[in-house]
Design a protein around this ligand. Structure first.
Ligand SMILES: C[S@@+](CC[C@H](N)C(=O)[O-])C[C@H]1O[C@@H](n2cnc3c(N)ncnc32)[C@H](O)[C@@H]1O
Length: 335
């Protein structure tokens, strides 16, 4: 009983903290804008040094003629440190100094406006000199993190999808385009033993360290060039990183790879037509900005109608949507 009471008190204080955090949440984006305007990241970065600097040292760089309040700048930097935008260093006798964090995605976020100024190069690429996939594939640590984050986010969703959607019945060979490590295909095949042959298709470097899984053949290639043949094709969370032209190309390649009456099963974020204040709309529209900044300025979260029209442009005249999940509906394109 006593323990129960303690738990309630703790959760109430946590709820009060959450309310206070939410009440002041605007301080985060506005502080971020302030440090970007002052060119604080550039001052710290100094040609790649990323040496921790105190607020007064930063001010002496961004305001070479003097001026500015170091204490107030430090308050802003501390807040942004709690969101891992800066890292705080206390090793100089407890004096607070700030460097940029190592998170490559976080560092690209402030460049989101670049996607409006110049959509020809992804903001992530402007910062790192290469796209997010290429960056990840060259670094084994990033690759294992990518595998883990993909399966961590996709597996719970797939569990629910497989409970409610039975479109894999009767399929004997299934290709997963952009299947990453292959764990999603493995889940589908465990639920549907009728699928005897699974092809996990992904970019060669992405697939090179994929684990061996029963019944699954890993095939490396580029879906923009060719998609392996199967009774049915599945793809999840891939089309958002392609432009409309690229989506059309991949859909055409899927069309060619399918038999008559073959099915392409797509699981992608589907944006609403209406812009409302719901959690779903916010989640989908903020994910869309992530894609614009990190992957492709003209990749995007599309509406159901946009998917239908893309399918038609590639030859898929039959289209059905299953609203199993508010973020990732299932879209069926039939040949
Ligand atoms: C966001 S991940 C999604 C992974 C997995 N389908 C899931 O839902 O968890 C996108 C995957 O598509 C792959 N991909 C991107 N472009 C591709 C291409 N042109 N051809 C084949 N695979 C591609 C990436 O390497 C990555 O594994």
């Amino acid at each position: 009983m006593e323990n129960g009471k303690v738990a309630v008190v703790k959760s109430q204080s946590e709820a009060r903290l959450a309310i206070l955090e939410l009440a002041h949440i605007m301080s985060v984006p506005t502080s971020l804008v302030a440090v970007l305007k002052m060119k604080v990241p550039e001052a710290i970065w100094q040609g790649g040094n990323n040496t921790p600097l105190s607020a007064s040292q930063i001010l002496s760089i961004v305001r070479p003629n003097g001026g500015g309040d170091a204490e107030n700048l430090q308050r802003i930097l501390r807040l942004l440190t709690t969101y891992a935008i800066f890292a705080e260093d206390l090793s100089s006798n407890g004096k607070r100094k700030y460097s940029l964090t190592e998170d490559q995605y976080l560092r690209a976020w402030p460049l989101v406006g670049e996607a409006v100024e110049d959509p020809t190069v992804e903001p992530f690429e402007k910062l790192h000199g290469e796209g997010a996939y290429a960056y990840c594939m060259k670094r084994p640590d990033e690759m294992s993190l990518f595998y883990a984050s993909m399966s961590g986010m996709s597996m719970p969703h797939m569990n629910e999808m497989l409970e409610k959607y039975d479109g894999f019945k009767g399929v004997e060979s299934l290709v997963d385009v952009g299947g990453n490590s292959g764990v999603i295909l493995n889940m589908i095949m465990n639920k549907y033993p009728n699928i005897l042959k699974g092809i996990n298709f992904d970019l060669p470097d992405m697939i090179s360290s994929a684990p061996q899984l029963p019944g699954i053949t890993h095939v490396g290639g580029d879906a923009l060039e060719l998609v392996p043949a199967g009774d049915a094709i599945f793809t999840k969370w891939t089309m958002l990183t392609w432009t409309d032209e690229e989506c059309k190309k991949v859909l055409q390649n899927c069309y060619k790879a399918l038999p008559v009456n073959g099915k392409l099963i797509v699981c992608e974020p589907v944006s609403p037509e209406l812009t409302d204040e719901s959690q779903r709309t916010r989640a989908l529209l903020s994910g869309d900005i992530f894609i614009m900044t990190m992957y492709k300025t003209k990749g995007k979260h599309r509406t159901e109608e946009q998917f239908k029209q893309l399918g038609i442009s590639a030859g898929f005249l039959r289209f059905r949507a299953f609203h199993i999940d508010p973020y990732f509906p299932v879209l069926e394109f039939q040949k």
